[in-house]
Write a protein that binds this ligand. Structure first.
Ligand code: BGC
Length: 356
């Protein structure tokens, strides 16, 4: 990777800018670069907004950039932030393995690196990790399928299908492991049947957590395995995938008086999914309060830069292949029709108008 050349070019560009404006960035406690994967899911927009505010409250200017789910774009953005002289980097990687060169340079310059929500892997040059309990997210999703099954009379066999997240995202593997810890005993005992037999993570993964990709896989599963049989539940690992799965199910008549909707799980409490929960198309989602994660992350940045002790609450779960990254885990919350109002509206995460 030609990072030194890129950095040199960007440095020259920022030096030229400095001649004109005096400085590439405004004078304050310094600039913090934030690199997020994409804007198509509302959660990353809320993450960005909350982090900019939390950093501002502590005296920092944020340089927030989105990488349009393109790995080279994200690497470039991070290299340019380094060249412009950021004090810290907050990165939610598209592909966790792609940052080792850039971060080696960050380390040399004593720039603090925080892995945000997703783990940066294969490098020791990452200082801290702020995320939600991803294994716990999967456990909540698995439990919500078991609860729905019990509420509907525990009929056997209960037909389920499984979707996974993106294989280049460590979170996808953690969520899968958490959900499997709950569902496997039911699958092994034959109470839950997966008619497609597609269970292993590599068989069910969805590249870039893409809803359209999930929709076409669901279309194929429905036509190949559920001609006569009713699909009772779909374990979907996040809200983007849930939207694709719901469209597919509705396309063949699920959610009508003749054919009840399948149980569908999710993650992120995206606005469109809360609406789907209110309509009865989606059963649950997992709310991860990005305001809390943003505030934890801003504290990490400030404490690390000012030499204070950085608060972490997990020092064993997140081995990134080069080291165990000290982590702060925020607790995820299961949301359904019964509690979305208190968790999301009363708490001020969404206005009533947004979810109507
Ligand atoms: C995040 C999820 C998100 C997914 C797709 C994961 O790394 O933890 O909240 O739904 O990426 O963006």
């Amino acid at each position: 990777m030609n990072i030194l050349k890129n950095v040199a070019i960007a440095l020259a560009a920022s030096a030229a800018f400095a001649v004109v404006s005096g400085s590439a960035y405004a004078e304050d406690k310094g600039v913090v670069g934030i690199s997020l994967p994409d804007k198509t899911e509302s959660r990353w927009i809320t993450d960005g907004k909350s982090m900019v505010e939390a950093l501002k409250a502590k005296g920092y200017t944020a340089d927030l950039q989105y990488a349009n789910y393109d790995v080279p774009t994200q690497v470039n953005q991070v290299e340019n932030m380094l060249a412009k002289g950021v004090k810290a980097l907050i990165i939610a990687p598209i592909d966790g393995k792609t940052f080792s060169d850039a971060l080696a340079l960050a380390q040399k310059r004593h720039i603090k690196v925080i892995s945000y929500d997703r783990l940066i892997s294969q490098t020791k040059d990452v200082d801290y990790y702020a995320t939600f309990d991803n294994y716990g997210v999967g456990v909540l999703q698995g439990q919500s399928i078991v609860t729905a099954w019990q509420k509907s009379g525990s009929k056997t066999p209960y037909n389920i299908e499984i979707f996974g997240g993106s294989s280049d995202d460590n979170n996808a593997h953690m969520v899968y492991a958490g959900g499997m810890s709950v569902l496997k005993p039911y699958i092994d005992s034959g109470k839950f049947i997966i008619r497609s037999k597609q269970v292993a993570f590599d068989k069910v993964a969805t590249r870039n957590w893409d809803g359209a990709t999930a929709q076409s896989r669901m279309d194929n599963l429905l036509s190949a395995f559920y001609g006569k049989d009713h699909l009772d539940a779909v374990w979907t690992p996040n809200d983007a995938i849930a939207i694709g799965v719901i469209s597919s199910l509705k396309g063949v008549g699920y959610g009508s008086p003749q054919q009840v909707m399948a149980v569908v799980t999710g993650q992120d409490a995206d606005v469109q999914n809360i609406k789907a929960i209110i309509r009865g198309d989606q059963t649950t989602t997992v709310f991860k309060d990005t305001r809390k994660l943003a505030s934890v992350t801003a504290d990490m940045v400030d404490d690390a830069l000012t030499g204070k002790t950085v608060a972490v609450n997990d020092t064993k779960s997140y081995n990134n292949g080069a080291k165990i990254v000290p982590t702060y885990l925020v607790k995820p919350i299961l949301v359904d029709k019964a509690n979305y109002q208190s968790e999301l509206v009363t708490s001020g995460y969404y206005t009533q108008a947004q979810v109507k």
